[in-house]
Design a protein around this ligand. Structure first.
Ligand code: SF4
Length: 302
C-alpha cells in the first residue's frame, strides 16, 4: 500500500475531520523548566521557570477560555510539567470544567509512584511518556541524561499498575529514525494504545541532526505500513517545515489536525507551524482560535 493510501485509510479509520472550527487538541507548555538536555530543545528551556510563565490565576482563566471554545483534548506538557507546583490544581480544574486532560513527560526522578497516583486521583485521563529509543543507550543519548530511559520505563510500569492509560511519543530525528521498527515492537509490548511519532527538529535548530527529505519520506512510509498490523494506533505528525519546504511532499500529508500550541508565556501558534497567532495575555482565546482556524483551512485547501 502506498503511503498516501495508507494515510488516508488511517485517517478514515481513526477520526473523521471535525465539523467545528475549534481545535482538536490544545498542547500547553505549562512551564519551560526542565532538567534534561535533549538536543532539539535544550536551548529553549531553563532550569527554573521563566518569569514570563503564566501565573496560577492566568492558567485557570486559560482553562476556562479553552473550555468555552469547545471540548478539545488538553495536553499539558513542558519543559517538565512536574516542575510546575500547581500541576495537580490545573488537572483537577480542567477535569471539573469538563476537559479531558492528559500529560506528556520524559522520565526524571520526579516521575514517582506518589506523583503518578496523585495525578490519577486528580482526574488525569492519560499520560504520554517520551521514549526515543528501544534501549537506554539510544534514549539516554537523545535525552542527554543517563537514567532517563529507566525513569521512563519505571514510570510506565507504575502508570500501568494504577490503571492510568499510557501513550508513547517518539521524536524522529537523524539520531532516532533507524530505531523506529524496534520501538514499534517496544510500544506493543508496553501495552500503549497510541504511539505518537513526531517529526521535528527544524534544521535551523540543530543542523547536525536534521533529516534529509528522502529519509523523512522513507520513515513516513514505514510508519504508515504499520497501520492495521500493530495493535495500537500510530499517530504520525510530519514536520510542517518539511511540507513547506518541499511542496511536492504536501500530498503525502493530506490531513493535519487543527491543533494549537500554547507556550509557557501565553504565545499561541498552530502546532509545529512556527506561525504566531497571538498571546492569551493580549487576545481572547476565542479570537486566537478563529485566526488559527482560518490559517488551518487555508493550508488544507492549498
Ligand atoms: S525533556 Fe522535553 S522539555 Fe526537557 S529538554 Fe528534553 S525535549 Fe526539552
Amino acid at each position: 500500500m502506498s503511503y498516501k493510501a495508507a494515510r488516508l485509510a488511517q485517517l478514515a479509520a481513526v477520526k473523521e475531520r471535525p465539523a467545528t472550527a475549534g481545535p482538536e487538541r490544545v498542547i500547553w507548555q505549562i512551564t519551560r523548566a526542565c532538567d534534561l538536555c535533549c538536543g532539539p530543545c535544550r536551548p529553549a528551556v531553563f532550569d527554573q521557570p521563566s518569569p514570563r510563565q503564566l501565573a496560577a490565576e492566568e492558567a485557570l482563566d486559560l482553562i476556562d477560555q479553552i473550555r468555552r471554545c469547545g471540548q478539545p483534548e488538553l495536553l499539558l506538557t513542558g519543559g517538565d510539567p512536574l516542575k510546575r507546583p500547581d500541576l495537580l490544581t490545573l488537572v483537577l480544574y480542567a477535569n471539573r470544567v469538563g476537559l479531558e486532560a492528559g500529560l506528556t513527560l520524559s522520565g526524571t526522578p520526579r516521575t514517582t509512584p506518589r506523583m503518578l497516583g496523585l495525578l490519577r486521583s486528580a482526574g488525569l485521563s492519560h499520560i504520554t511518556f517520551c521514549l526515543d529509543g528501544p534501549t537506554a543507550a539510544v534514549h539516554d543519548a537523545f535525552r542527554r541524561v543517563d537514567g532517563s530511559y529507566q525513569w521512563t520505563i519505571d514510570g510506565i510500569r507504575v502508570a500501568q499498575a494504577i490503571g492510568l492509560p499510557i501513550r508513547i511519543e517518539t521524536s524522529v530525528t537523524a539520531a532516532t529514525v533507524d530505531h523506529l521498527d524496534a520501538l514499534a515492537q517496544w510500544v506493543g509490548r508496553l501495552g500503549a494504545k497510541l504511539w505518537q511519532v513526531t517529526f521535528g527538529n527544524r534544521p535551523e535548530r540543530d543542523p547536525g541532526d536534521s533529516m534529509t527529505a528522502e529519509a523523512h519520506v522513507a520513515a513516513l512510509e514505514r510508519l504508515a505500513a504499520l497501520q492495521g498490523i500493530v495493535n495500537f494506533r500510530v499517530r504520525i505528525m510530519p514536520a510542517t517545515y518539511f511540507g513547506l519546504q518541499n511542496p511536492a511532499a504536501v500530498c503525502l500529508t493530506p490531513w493535519i489536525p487543527f491543533e494549537l500550541f500554547v507556550a509557557d508565556d501565553g504565545a499561541v501558534q498552530r502546532w509545529n507551524s512556527g506561525q504566531a497567532l497571538g498571546n492569551v495575555r493580549d487576545l481572547g482565546f476565542a479570537e486566537i482560535v478563529r485566526r488559527g482556524s482560518a490559517q488551518h483551512e487555508a493550508r488544507c485547501v492549498a
